[in-house]
Design a protein around this ligand. Structure first.
Ligand code: ACO
Length: 277
């Protein structure tokens, strides 16, 4: 599918009113991630970051899977005796699924339409939000075929699951459904399958109404300061707050204060300022 002049073998893109749907597109292999998909996703993120029509990004999968994890044949076995290709593919895999996606400058939603296994947890957790079909199936299946959750999976699980839940699913490899994922707070919410797209669009629309410069800064600072000590966080947040006042082309802060204090047009506790004036 083309974005501008680009075509992808393993990823399909669809645009709809500010939302770009990034669809992992190897349904016959349950959207397992082969090296081509990793290189293509790096390029997709480069393109979408600069694309003015992409205001919210939704990551989903074609067919019955969200993502079947790393491709056991093409990513693992076929690269076992190719160290250079293995290193390149691994770097691309970590880059797009964590470093780039976790800090993507626009809101990201994982719309989990089906199977999500192993390495797929990396991009699941990197996304700002995750909405799952109640009957989607998740699993840390690594132990079932002789490895442990590698790449960055064990690390990012520590951010997104409790110690008890992570240990249970890492060590048993037992699958669980979208309802259970929501109960554990691994996903934002689980919804009936026939409402999955609608609920995702509703969340995207909520985000589309907000000042994108403020949203970008809000996610950046929250994600960055989680690993700082208090002194560093205080300094960093103060500096980023000043920077935002100078870089926000909408002048959101002063507009928001004016519309509330002077014009009494809205209550920030319940809704956002009007971006129109
Ligand atoms: N790697 C490579 N090929 C895969 C993968 C994968 N992760 N997942 C599915 N496929 C392929 C199958 O080999 C099969 O290919 P074929 O048609 O050429 O034989 C095709 O996709 C369909 O798979 P089936 O097993 O026939 O489909 P089914 O719908 O019955 O089951 C399921 C889907 C549950 C996803 C199953 O394929 C499965 O368990 N896949 C492995 C999941 C997994 O453990 N992923 C790795 C996690 S560890 C990690 O990512 C580091």
């Amino acid at each position: 599918m083309a974005l501008g002049t680009r075509t992808y073998q393993t990823v399909k893109l669809e645009h709809e009113q500010g939302i770009t749907w990034v669809i992992l597109n190897r349904p016959e292999k349950r959207n397992a991630m082969n090296p081509t998909m990793h290189f293509e996703m790096l390029d997709v993120l480069d393109q979408l970051e600069a694309d003015p029509d992409t205001k919210v990004m939704v990551l989903t999968g074609a067919g019955e899977a969200w993502c079947g994890g790393q491709d056991l044949k093409e990513f693992f076995r076929e690269l076992d005796d190719k160290p250079i290709e293995r290193a390149r593919a691994s770097r691309a895999a970590q880059q797009w699924r964590w470093h780039r996606l976790f800090t993507f400058p626009k809101p990201t939603i994982a719309m989990v339409n089906g199977y999500a296994f192993g390495g797929a947890f990396t991009q699941l957790i990197a996304c700002d939000f995750a909405i799952a079909a109640e009957d989607a199936i998740f699993g840390l299946s690594e132990v079932n075929w002789g490895i442990f959750p590698g790449g960055l999976v064990s690390r990012v699980l520590a951010d997104a699951m409790t110690y008890r839940d992570a240990m249970y699913y890492i060590m048993t490899g037992e699958p669980f459904d979208g309802r259970k994922a929501a109960e554990m707070r691994l996903v934002t919410k689980a919804v009936p399958r026939d409402r999955l797209r609608e609920e995702t669009v509703q969340l995207a629309q909520k985000l589309l109404d907000k000042n994108p410069h403020v949203l970008r800064a809000a996610k950046e600072v929250y994600k960055a300061c989680r690993t700082m000590d208090y002194w560093q966080a205080e300094e960093y947040l103060a500096a980023k707050g000043v920077a935002l006042q100078h870089t926000d082309p909408e002048g959101g802060r002063s507009k928001g204060i004016r519309q509330f204090i002077d014009e009494k047009r809205y209550r920030p506790g319940f809704s956002a300022y009007s971006r129109e004036d």
